[in-house]
Design a binder for this molecule. Structure first.
Ligand code: FMN
Length: 316
């Protein structure tokens, strides 16, 4: 029942589970592990140089012969070169985000690359569909990392976008259990994209301090900030408090200077108080670091159990 929907067919994967590209957290080790476990792993190219991306793609291909993706945030200074590298190295899927889907979709598709694009509202979903992307990733307010200005939650966004476009929709934001996947599919999605849960995996490149921070965080420990520049969901820490104060004083020039290098400091180098820690609201539901294969097995088993429980409960 679960194994044969539009996303599984489109991406040639076993489960409609996509691991979201995440700066400093998703290099080839995470991407290949997710693909080998039946999902679609994604190399997050957002903070990589062209040389680093090339190495990551080649290493990923050494470890898996399954499809995988590269995420290219279009605001990246290297997006043009990154796109060319993906074409040259025949990457099966490219996930674009944070920019105009018109720029590269046609070129990528002409080169037999599947294109998914991340949006946080209906207007951009329709624009991405017109640009010819194969599927939309609709990311709600709960998600870790950069976020939409409208603050639309996944629960509202998925039915809204599903009825506004004619291509498959993948739900992102807040998803970390089999129950969430079931709910996302009920809301009209054909698959899910998961970020924060995969940071808490053995294979993610995040620093162990960041992984531990995720599994120890509680309800309310993440907050959307930098709303006037680039809305970003962060785990609260010393640096978050400094940002909050500067935002209250409308001190945006200083903010732009001070945030440089902070995501790397927090997420890759493990400076938990002075770095920026991008993570989703669902940190409060994640409490252990597991191998990717176990994470995916748990998601699928729970999905199936919950599906049958509902059937029984409502005598369907
Ligand atoms: C640490 C972190 C870094 C991220 N970096 C990127 C990125 O470079 N490009 C992108 O399109 N999305 C990025 N995202 C968003 C994820 O790909 C994914 O859509 C999101 O995490 C889903 O929500 P969840 O965290 O609630 O699962 C990032 C998310 C996190 C938590």
């Amino acid at each position: 029942m679960f194994l044969n929907n539009s996303i599984v067919k489109l991406l040639n994967i076993t489960y409609p589970i996509i691991q979201g590209g995440m700066v400093y957290c998703s290099d080839y080790k995470l991407a290949s592990a997710v693909s080998n476990a039946g999902g679609l792993g994604t190399i997050g190219a957002g903070a990589m140089t062209p040389e680093e991306l090339e190495i990551n793609i080649k290493k990923c291909k050494d470890i898996t012969n399954k499809p995988f993706a590269v995420n290219i945030p279009l605001i990246s200074e290297y997006s043009n070169t990154h796109v060319r590298i993906c074409v040259d190295l025949k990457v099966p899927v490219v996930i674009t985000s944070a920019g105009n889907p018109v720029t590269y979709t046609e070129y990528l598709k002409k080169n037999n690359i599947k294109v998914l694009h991340v949006v946080s509202n209906t207007k951009f979903a329709q624009k991405a569909e017109s640009a010819g992307v194969d599927a939309i990733i609709a990311e709600g307010f709960e998600a870790g990392g950069h976020n939409g200005k409208e603050e639309t939650t996944t629960f509202v966004l998925i039915p809204l976008i599903s009825k506004s476009v004619n291509i498959p929709v993948i739900a992102a934001g807040g998803i970390c259990t089999g129950k969430h996947i079931l709910a996302a599919l009920a809301l009209g999605a054909s698959g899910v994209q998961i970020g924060t849960l995969f940071i808490a995996s053995e294979e993610s490149s995040a620093h162990v301090n960041f992984k531990n921070k995720i599994i120890n965080s509680k309800e309310g420990d993440t907050m959307l900030c930098l709303k006037k520049i680039i809305p970003t969901r962060l785990i609260k820490n010393e640096f978050y408090n400094q940002l909050l104060k500067m935002e209250e004083e409308n001190n945006y020039e200083q903010i732009k200077n001070i945030i440089r290098g902070r995501p790397k400091m927090g997420m890759l180098e493990g400076n938990i108080e002075d770095g920026m820690l991008e993570a989703g609201q669902n940190v409060c539901l994640i409490d252990e670091i597991l191998p990717v294969s176990k994470i995916i097995e748990n998601l699928i088993n729970e999905f199936k159990q919950e599906y049958y429980k509902l059937q029984e409960k409502f005598n369907l």
